[in-house]
Ligand binder design. Structure first.
Ligand code: B12
Ligand SMILES: *[C@@H]1O[C@H](CO)[C@@H](O)[C@H](O)[C@H]1NC(C)=O
Ligand SMILES: *[C@@H]1O[C@H](CO)[C@@H](O)[C@H](O)[C@H]1NC(C)=O
Ligand SMILES: *[C@@H]1O[C@H](CO)[C@@H](O)[C@H](O)[C@H]1NC(C)=O
Ligand SMILES: *[C@@H]1O[C@H](CO)[C@@H](O)[C@H](O)[C@H]1NC(C)=O
Ligand SMILES: *[C@@H]1O[C@H](CO)[C@@H](O)[C@H](O)[C@H]1NC(C)=O
Ligand SMILES: *[C@@H]1O[C@H](CO)[C@@H](O)[C@H](O)[C@H]1NC(C)=O
Length: 373
């Protein structure tokens, strides 16, 4: 059991930084949620790594970043600098590592009706799950008397958890996935810590687990971030366990799930090239037929189109933990303050992968669309 606990932390540790790297990082450049993840990863090890949190005053810095998120919301129509997934990570890290945060602010900003739980009116399971973890931590500190507050805050937080858990369970699919493949691990964590808020029959954990394991064996979690996010739930652990006793050991031991990388078969001759219809939609639609090698990803199509006409298909991207994120097309930039982004679609349906991972098919209608969330 102890062994598996330690192994479960490997997911978080993927985010961790070795000490020498930490010194070089300019903490002011990371987003609030990135800093929260660094703290959670360092804190997961009950040894010298943990001291880095205090040596580098990371909690103070996170308090400031959380404050900046709130200030941005006040200045920009309730829109944070980043998003509520990250605000939840912030509250979670502050709560677990005894930072200062205002319970009243949490109660004011985390109401389940808040628009930041939704993207384009669709409830974000990932976001709701992270919020349940954060609110559960806050609730536990209030009950333990570690943090003092009036009774109504505690009551409200319980109400929020219950409502968010309902919304999460509402997104449960026939096959057991909750939201989509990539939100399921986090939804499981949320459900592990909130069993007081739903009935046993409301969720078949085993079915969800089996479906996730099947998806793993099909290579769905080959992106490191995807793997990191699902791993704790597979070990029956949650982010609320990170400050529990455990020492950091190497990931040796008995955790093994064989994964088959999807094999891309390249057949010689005419079969090796495919043709797709790529369009950029703003108010007008611009499109072109693009020919790329078989096995290409969405990004290859965008790059080829850019070479064809830079004015129409020129774009920029940014590295992120999930791979390249499209930040602008035709010089039009996504903005968190305006809740705008470049949405990826195929055949008019939003994709559940990014441009660096999504493998395109012959004859497909691909689109990047200027959208609001
Ligand atoms: C917030 C969010 C968004 C916001 C980002 C802007 C904002 N306000 O922050 C919006 C709504 C715009 C968005 C868009 C998309 N998203 Co999104 N997003 C998230 C969410 C909920 C949290 C990300 C976060 O802040 N993480 C914490 C910080 C510390 O990590 P980070 O890596 O630095 O975060 C940045 C990147 O994650 C980036 N980002 C957000 N989404 C995506 C998706 C991809 C593929 C990439 C490369 C980067 C990226 O934005 C974050 C803030 O800068 C995650 C959920 C999750 N489980 O991770 C989904 C998630 C990462 N998104 C996902 C997807 C699919 C998309 C889209 C491709 C959807 C689409 N069809 O267009 C687009 C991206 C298209 C593009 N332009 O490249 C999937 C990725 C799955 C996968 N295997 O690749 C996730 C896991 C949701 C899910 N369960 O399906 N997203
Ligand atoms: C929290 O705030 C109090 C009073 O504002 C202060 O004394 C304390 O040092 C702060 N704690 C941390 C961890 O910053
Ligand atoms: C919290 O609960 C009280 C009653 O218990 C209610 O009056 C108040 O409006 C709630 N606060 C928020 C921010 O919803
Ligand atoms: C790993 O599993 C095998 C069989 O399931 C067992 O014999 C072995 O002792 C385990 N090793 C460790 C380190 O737990
Ligand atoms: C390509 O896409 C555009 C816009 O989405 C559409 O108008 C056009 O008919 C498509 N072309 C083909 C050959 O499908
Ligand atoms: C799209 O058209 C609307 C209405 O004409 C206009 O207000 C808006 O600025 C246009 N958007 C872009 C990005 O060009
Ligand atoms: C790109 O497209 C624009 C608009 O259709 C056109 O005016 C321009 O000449 C094109 N450039 C190239 C290099 O084809």
């Amino acid at each position: 059991m102890r062994q598996s606990h330690q192994l479960s932390l490997v997911g978080l540790l993927l985010f961790s930084l070795i000490p020498s790297q930490l010194c070089e990082i300019c903490v002011s450049q990371v987003s609030s949620g990135e800093l929260a993840l660094i703290i959670l990863a360092l804190g997961a090890c009950r040894n010298s790594e943990e001291n880095l949190i205090y040596d580098y005053h990371l909690i103070d810095k996170l308090e400031n970043k959380f404050q900046a998120e709130i200030e941005n919301m006040e200045a920009h129509n309730g829109n944070p600098l980043t998003n509520y997934y990250q605000l939840s990570l912030d509250v979670l890290a502050l709560c677990l590592f005894n930072g200062n945060y205002s319970t009243t602010k949490v109660v004011n900003y985390f109401t389940p009706e808040n628009k930041n739980y939704y993207f384009d009116n669709q409830f974000s399971v990932d976001t709701g799950a992270m919020a349940v973890l954060a609110l559960t931590c806050v609730k536990r500190s209030l009950i333990n008397g570690q943090v003092k507050t009036d009774e109504s805050n505690l009551k409200n937080i319980s109400i929020y958890i219950k409502s968010l858990v309902e919304k999460i369970l509402f997104e449960k699919k026939e096959n057991g996935l909750i939201g989509n493949t990539f939100s399921t691990g986090e939804a499981m964590q949320a459900l592990f810590v909130s069993s007081d808020y739903y009935h046993e029959n409301d969720w078949n954990c085993q079915q969800t687990l089996n479906t996730v394991l099947t998806e793993i064996s099909q290579g769905a979690f080959s992106t490191p971030t995807a793997a990191a996010q699902v791993l704790p739930a597979l070990m029956g652990k949650t982010f609320l366990d990170v400050n529990k006793d455990s020492s950091c050991v190497s990931a040796a031991g008995n955790f093994s799930i064989s994964t088959q990388e999807p094999v891309t078969v390249t057949t010689p001759g005419s079969q090796s090239s495919i043709s797709v219809n790529y369009s950029v939609r703003i108010n007008e639609t611009y499109f072109a037929n693009v020919i790329v090698p078989k096995g290409s990803v969405f990004l290859d199509v965008m790059e080829k189109a850019q070479k064809m006409n830079d004015t129409i298909f020129g774009f920029t991207m940014e590295k992120s933990s999930w791979g390249p994120y499209i930040t602008s097309v035709q010089g039009l930039w996504a903005s968190n303050n305006d809740r705008t982004y470049w949405e990826l679609l195929s055949g008019g349906k939003p994709l559940s992968q990014g441009v660096g991972s999504y493998v395109v098919h012959d004859g497909e209608n691909l689109e990047v669309r200027w959208s609001k969330y």
